[in-house]
Design a protein around this ligand. Structure first.
Ligand code: ADP
Ligand code: ASP
Ligand code: MG
Length: 402
């Protein structure tokens, strides 16, 4: 007998038929003699719809109240799935985040899981109940409901698998696994049998939403092996683990991240300390800076460009415009950009990867605005309107028959 954690995302429980389909998968796992803990997300677009409802009332919803509102989506799903399991003759109990023991920080909207007190879950499993747990939510030290940030149910599932020392953690979604590119945008993308935590973390951070990046971080930290698979096709999915054995690939995937903006400051004094002052001011406001580019100094001045998340673009410009050392200088934001990346542990020992990527972009007549690299990824910033074409061209270069 094993303890298995199964997570189902929003599209897997989008309507009554899908809920019944999930109940059958869970029931089969339970009837095979396993203890089962299920984590579910809100149905379909429920979370987006709830955000829109708040916007109808106020442009400045308090974050605490947003969490009360958004957690309602997962509450609906756990109740419906428990009912569907009951219909199949399987004993199931729905549990909200706090009932399942999720204790979090109090940063509403992006709370971190601090601890899971799993006593209640163990009692229910001891009674041979299937536990159906609301993903994406917990409770903080003020006894307030919190949510973990968009896509947070993946993290709930991995955290539960770690806390319960589960034998398996399966992330069911609407595609058959992790692919070399988003399979909905690029039909030629290939399904991967395996991928390492580090590669998956880069893919997730650089735009592959199939797994939330914090869930991958946690899986790596607590050695939770994950399987990403489809709730609609009963086929093996992709295994995410420490070391892969089956495929040796230079590049594991190509991603697009359109949640980016480029900020440029023209004619900055070419003296020591400018970068420090500029970026420390942004960091003090919690603005995360990604790619940074500085031109060679000329006539005592230089230009500095960097990227931030799109929602931080306007604030970044305002912060820089208010700085004395940049007084009177032109600060511009361009939000019509996207970041395209290739990820793969193999490129660490293969120097030609960057030029292969740049050649693919050149052949597609796409201009590169910025470049950044690490051991296992290369990212370029390009014009947003060329982004899908760029993913296709780069993917073709690394996966010619795809
Ligand atoms: P869920 O609701 O199950 O959490 P998500 O919508 O969050 O599902 O994630 C699944 C989606 O991720 C897929 O429908 C797919 O379009 C997208 N996706 C993006 N990049 C990839 C990739 N490299 N491999 C698989 N899916 C990807
Ligand atoms: N329902 C939440 C969201 O849409 C959490 C999740 O789906 O993982 O972001
Ligand atoms: Mg998701």
């Amino acid at each position: 007998m094993s303890l298995i954690v199964q997570k189902f995302g929003g599209s897997s429980v989008a309507n009554a038929d899908r809920v019944r389909n999930v109940a059958r998968i869970v029931a089969d796992t339970y009837r095979a003699g396993n203890d089962v803990v299920v984590v579910v997300s809100a149905q379909g677009d429920t979370t987006d719809d709830l955000i829109a409802k708040a916007a109808e009332i106020t442009a400045k919803a308090p974050r605490r109240e947003m969490d009360v509102l958004l957690s309602a989506g997962e509450q609906i799903s756990v109740a419906l799935l428990s009912m569907a399991l009951g219909e199949l003759g399987c004993p199931a109990v729905s549990l909200l985040g706090w009932q399942a023991g999720f204790q979090t920080s109090s940063s509403y909207g992006s709370a971190r899981i601090k601890n899971i007190s799993a006593e209640r879950l163990r009692v229910e499993l001891g009674r041979k109940n299937i536990c159906v747990v609301a993903g994406f939510q917990g409770i903080c030290k003020y006894d307030d409901v919190t949510t973990l940030g968009r896509g947070g149910s993946d993290t709930s599932a991995v955290a539960l698998a770690a806390a319960l020392r589960a034998d398996r953690c399966q992330i069911f979604t609407d595609v058959e696994g992790v692919y070399t590119a988003d399979p909905r945008k690029l039909p030629g993308a290939r399904k991967l049998q395996e991928i390492t935590y580090d590669e998956m973390l880069e893919l997730a951070t650089l735009g592959a939403q199939v797994l939330n990046n914090r869930s991958v971080e946690m899986a790596k930290k607590y050695h939770v092996e994950l399987e990403v698979l489809s709730s609609l096709a009963r086929k093996p999915g992709t295994i995410v683990k420490e070391v892969t054995t089956m495929e040796k690939m230079l590049v594991r995937g190509v991603t697009k991240d359109a949640d980016t903006a480029r900020i440029s400051v023209i004619g900055v004094p070419d003296v020591p300390g400018v970068a420090f002052k500029l970026f420390s001011r942004l960091a003090a406001k919690n603005i995360n800076v990604d790619i940074i580019l500085q031109s060679v100094g000329r006539d005592g001045t230089k230009d500095i460009s960097f990227t931030v998340g799109r929602s931080n673009a306007r604030e970044s410009v305002e912060i820089l415009q208010a700085m004395d050392i940049l007084d009177g200088l032109q600060v511009v934001a361009d939000t019509a950009v996207a970041k395209i990346s290739v990820v793969g542990a193999g490129m660490e020992t293969h120097p030609g990867t960057a030029s292969q990527m740049f050649e693919a972009l050149f052949s597609a007549d796409i201009n590169i605005q910025m470049i950044s690299t690490s051991e296992i990824k290369i990212s370029v910033l390009i014009d947003e309107t060329s982004a899908d074409r760029a993913v296709a061209a780069v993917h073709r270069a690394f996966f010619p028959e795809g």
